[in-house]
Unconditional design. Structure first.
Length: 116
């Protein structure tokens, strides 16, 4: 059973930064693509960023140039560095295994609130 533990969320002012972490309890972590998703109140969960096992990244248009996904295979952890945050980035953020769709059960997520 794969476990995903997200952390690093919080309250930040517009223009601020946060770094999210996702610890993955899975062997062979380095062989899997990973993705960050978010779900804002009243909206569907959306895929925000992905990273392949080889380190190739992809982002949804609304976060390009502001967010950076990375991974540390030695720590079985994937990160999401979020800069220039906007109120529209407010959501619960989740990670999951896979490049285009979630492949395992969701973790608890981490709340990001961007507000002055």
């Amino acid at each position: 059973q794969v476990q995903l533990v997200e952390s690093g969320g919080g309250l930040v002012q517009p223009g601020g930064s946060l770094r999210l972490s996702c610890a993955v309890s899975r062997s062979l972590f380095s062989t899997y693509a990973m993705g960050w998703y978010r779900q804002a109140p009243g909206k569907q969960r959306e895929l925000v960023a992905t990273i392949t096992s080889g380190g190739n990244t992809n982002y949804t248009d609304s976060v390009k140039g502001r967010f950076t996904i990375s991974r540390d295979n030695a720590k079985n952890t994937v990160y999401l560095q979020m800069n220039s945050l906007k109120p529209g980035d407010t959501a619960v953020y989740y990670c999951n295994v896979g490049r285009s769709r979630p492949l395992v059960n969701w973790g608890q997520g981490t709340q990001v609130t961007v507000s002055s």
